[in-house]
Design a protein around this ligand. Structure first.
Ligand code: RB5
Length: 148
């Protein structure tokens, strides 16, 4: 599976840790940066990762900023993106099983590396359940189509 990754400076270090972990697990990572610790704007990286998914180049994405908030808010403005900012393993699993999230967002200033990797595993090992959740996610798409 191809995974798109991106972060701002606030998520730079954790992004590299998660990237190494995903590669070790056998995922193909497409890394959109940022490439150094200089201050950048998180929406730019959210858009690169979101587009890689909506263009069909990558199946899932990981975004990291200081909190996981700004970068997920920005990604969620792209039609077809469901980005979940997560800081616990249960929510990470449910983001896939119930919400069919295609991006997980982490906050480097919120979670430590150990927890972050458990969160990543919970997200990537889970699958969308469909069924009653399909209709709910379809309603999210309807909101997107009518109001975004
Ligand atoms: C950058 O300082 C910080 O605001 C950003 O990484 C993120 O936390 C925004 O939501």
């Amino acid at each position: 599976m191809k995974v798109a990754m991106g972060s701002d400076h606030g998520g730079y270090n954790l992004r590299l840790v998660v990237k190494k972990h995903l590669i070790e697990k056998g995922y193909e990572v497409v890394d959109f940066g940022v490439d150094a610790l200089e201050s950048v704007d998180y929406p730019d990286y959210a858009l690169k990762v979101a587009k890689a998914i909506t263009d069909g180049d990558c199946a899932l994405g990981v975004l990291v900023c200081g909190t996981g908030l700004g970068i997920s808010i920005a990604a969620n403005k792209v039609k077809g993106i469901i980005a979940a900012p997560v800081s616990d393993t249960f929510s990470a699993e449910m983001a896939r099983r119930h919400n069919n999230a295609n991006i997980i967002a982490l906050g480097e200033r919120v979670v430590g590396e150990g927890l972050a990797l458990k969160i990543i595993d919970s997200f990537f090992e889970a699958s969308f359940e469909g069924g009653r959740h399909e209709g709910r996610v379809d309603k999210i798409k309807n909101i997107e189509n009518n109001y975004l």
